[in-house]
Ligand binder design. Structure first.
Ligand SMILES: Nc1nc2c(c(=O)[nH]1)N[C@H]1C(S)=C(S)[C@@H](COP(=O)(O)O)O[C@H]1N2
Ligand SMILES: [Mo]
Length: 582
């Protein structure tokens, strides 16, 4: 590298590569680091939005983390944060990135190159995460790469603006012009020529001599401390603006727009059901305040999946491949699917992670093609016992073949409660199989079914501590009153829901303060595949009370009181609440 002298520096102007011994204070360096990290992420989001095929680094890294999180931790996260678990994860990643970026800023005080190297390492992590996602596309390396470059470039520019690139330990500073040839580490070439959006231009119009190590500093003699707070802060502000604009624009570009319009056009092509569901029995909904309605509105339906960003699947290019142990592999388009006779069915979905009394259960009217018919046309081999369904984002589920083929309403569903499948619930197509927990049956954004064997293939949750086969356990829940409620002494309605999908609920009993079990009144149901509302009026003496519930299904099995956690195959125990009457 050519040596430079003071005059050279003055011709370069804003570049202060000769400001020996100067470095910004720690807070400023950390702030520069955080800004560089933010710009990196913002630019990455923007690139991800522009090249719609590729995922942003936060999403890729987050997705990789979700897949690698021990089941127990994930369980805890679901339980603690509920359906906000993804927001918490993303926020956590952003905080960790900010902390590391601040540390890189501090390291850059020592040598800017170390900071930029750290940002490059970030980019490599993002690239590895992105290209190793199951749904990765050929351009998925781009957001992380461009983002890391933008971050590194930002760091260099900010350090320049702040007036420091020299390594520490060179003070006391030499006399100007006396030390050629030992140029401190300079920035990458791009920094010399770069004229990035806004970053170098923050205070460009200002006439005052803000060149670090300018006259005032030289007057200070040995103290070459040349930190320019204002220039740094304007740079930081511009960087923050770039980062924010990148995230917002990127999200918008990548966003729902596509899915929203695709859902709208599908709404126009949805055929009427060939086999319509019977109207719901009038007595299916007891309409008790606080009791879960028989039909769960789509916007209230619980959502559980590993997808950090709802996959946007284009129905025009969507296909479902059915392959593996079949005589005739097939590939269905969305139009093929809609040409099949569509069946309506009322089915209650339940998540295996649902605690006793928990919220991860919902009931909807689904419209879809019969999965059994599609499979029969493909010709399933006799020794196959598992359907490994795969979603657009690479998640997999293993469903027993015999369950799907036994005549129940196992569907490739395209609509939910009379509406095109919402994006979060699997648009354009998902599986629905009455009687099985969601993780072994309810694949959203489905693109593939491999007909295989349980002893040959393993679905997503199996190595993570969940049972390969998981029929839904008979359960019941008290909705009113709620845990901890105060109720008037005397007669009060106790009500809730019970479910035992595909077997049906035959009885629900309620017990207060460990006394005798009394039968609740059951609401009507359209069939065995939905939950069933129940209610009972109870006379409460003033004071505290414990209320428990248990259901008996149509096989005669009564819910066990033995408490089991959700893992590995569903929680057991009686839902029990405490109330105060008075
Ligand atoms: N693609 C995909 N499908 C999925 C999952 C997932 O993580 N990814 N989770 C399953 C689980 S565990 C459940 S309980 C149901 C929940 O369906 P819902 O979100 O529509 O209520 O979806 C299932 N389908
Ligand atoms: Mo689930």
């Amino acid at each position: 590298m050519a040596s430079r002298s003071w005059p050279r520096r003055h011709t370069v102007g804003r570049v202060n590569t000769n400001a020996r011994g100067s470095r910004p204070p720690a807070w400023a360096a950390a702030l520069a680091g955080v800004t560089a990290g933010a710009v990196g992420l913002g630019v990455a989001e923007l690139v991800a939005g522009l090249t719609t095929a590729s995922a942003s680094p936060v999403v890729s890294v987050g997705g990789a983390m979700v897949d690698r999180t021990p089941a127990a931790l994930k369980d805890w996260a679901i339980r603690t944060f509920g359906e906000n678990d993804k927001t918490v994860l993303v926020a956590g990643i952003v905080v960790v990135v900010a902390l590391i970026a601040a540390a890189l800023g501090l390291i850059a005080r020592w040598r800017v190159g170390y900071g930029t190297a750290g940002l490059a390492a970030f980019g490599v992590v993002g690239i590895i995460a992105a290209v190793s996602r199951p749904d990765s596309g050929p351009l998925d390396f781009l957001p992380s790469m461009v983002g890391a470059a933008a971050g590194a470039w930002t760091l260099v520019l900010l350090f320049r603006r702040a007036g420091a690139t020299a390594p520490p330990g060179t003070e006391p500073a030499p006399e100007p012009g006396t030390e050629p040839g030992t140029e401190p580490d300079t920035e990458p070439g791009t920094a010399e020529t770069g004229t990035g959006p806004g970053i170098g231009a923050g205070s460009g119009g200002r006439a005052e001599p803000t060149t670090p190590a300018g006259p005032s500093v030289r007057r200070a003699g040995a103290d070459l401390y040349a930190f320019d707070r204002r220039k740094l802060l304007t740079g930081v502000a511009v960087g923050a603006g770039v980062a924010g604009a990148g995230v917002v624009t990127g999200r918008l570009l990548a966003g729902r727009g596509d899915v929203t319009s695709a859902r709208r056009s599908v709404a126009r092509m949805l055929p009427r059901p060939a086999v319509a569901a019977k109207p719901l029995p009038a007595g299916a909904d007891l309409r008790i305040r606080g009791l879960a309605p028989f039909v769960t509105p789509n916007y209230e339906f619980y959502r559980v999946d590993t997808a950090l960003v709802v996959p946007g699947v284009d129905p025009r290019s969507w296909t479902l491949k059915i392959h593996g142990m079949v005589d005739r592999p097939v590939e269905l388009t969305f139009a093929d699917l809609l040409r099949r006779p569509l069946v309506e069915a009322d089915v209650t979905l339940t998540c295996v992670s649902n605690d006793v009394g928990g919220p991860y259960v919902g009931n909807a009217r689904w419209l879809g093609a019969r999965l059994a018919d599609v499979l029969r046309e493909a010709g399933i081999r006799r020794d196959a016992d598992m359907l490994l369904s795969v979603s657009q984002d690479g998640w997999t589920s293993g469903t027993p073949v015999d369950v799907v083929m036994d005549g129940r309403d196992a569907l490739l569903a395209v609509a939910m409660n009379g509406e095109v499948l919402p994006a979060a619930h699997g648009f354009p197509v998902r599986q629905v199989v009455p009687g099985l927990y969601g993780y072994v049956s309810a694949t959203k954004w489905i693109t593939e079914i491999k007909v295989t064997r349980f002893d040959e293939d393993t679905a997503y949750w199996t190595p993570r501590g969940w049972a390969p086969r998981a029929p839904i356990k008979t359960q019941s829940r008290i909705d009113v009153p709620r845990e901890g409620d105060s109720v008037p002494a005397g007669r009060t309605t106790v009500a809730g829901v019970a479910w035992a999908q595909h077997r049906g609920v035959d009885a629900v009993e309620v017990q207060v303060d460990g006394g005798e079990w009394r039968r609740a009144t059951l609401a009507e149901v359209p069939g065995p595949d939905t939950w069933r509302q129940w209610s009972i009026d109870w006379d409460f003496a003033p004071g505290g009370h414990t209320i428990a519930v248990r259901a008996t299904d149509a096989t005669g099995y009564t819910q066990t009181a033995a408490v089991a956690p959700p893992a590995p195959d569903g929680a057991t125990g009686h839902h029990t609440i405490r109330v105060r009457a008075g």
